[in-house]
Design a protein around this ligand. Sequence first.
Ligand SMILES: *[C@@H]1O[C@H](CO)[C@@H](O)[C@H](O)[C@H]1NC(C)=O
Length: 208
Amino acid sequence: MDTFILLSCLLIQCFLMIITPTMSQQSIPFEGPRLSAHPEFKSVSDHGIKASSTSTSSSNTKFRTYYYKQTLDHFNYRPDSFITFNHRYVIDFQYWGGAKTDAPIFVNLGAEAPLELDMKAIGFLHEQAPKLKALIVFIEHRYYGQSVPFGSRQEAFMNASRLGYFTSTQALADYAEVILHVKKMLMAERSPVVVFGASYGGSKYPAS
Ligand SMILES: *[C@@H]1O[C@H](CO)[C@@H](O)[C@H](O)[C@H]1NC(C)=O
């Protein structure tokens, strides 16, 4: 009896070893690394600046919040790929020299947290921006804060097909779209752009 159990276990193990690589390959829809939500940030929604829930902008003394109509999936042409969601970004105009000068645009790429946490943490941008008369743009990472597709966190995290759009590769393409949009909106197409990020947010270049 013992031998039988042992043999069955070995057989099951072999079987699992054979099927596991095939299964995991089939279930990965994109090449970009998958991300997961940090449990600490699950309940964080609004900190610091109050953002308006409309799709225009809300003004504050220093910051303006905007929502870009972002594409769910930048790399496929399935019907679902064209679903859009409100992608939040915040612009700090206080130091900017304007589009007609050589003033750069500093863009902070959001990491695995709502936008507000980055805005509080990155002092470096505010030290450098006045010297260069830079515009500062903070872009939120998809699936965090207010930039969650499918209407709510619960909907977005519901199952594997919806989580499949939660990748750093998609996030990079989001940033590219927002940056181009901001440049166009401010007629600053010729302004140089410098991107910043901390930790995961600063290590996104390999996927571009
Ligand atoms: C995930 O949920 C959506 C909405 O209910 C559904 O259309 C989709 O087929 C589901 N995907 C999986 C893998 O269950």
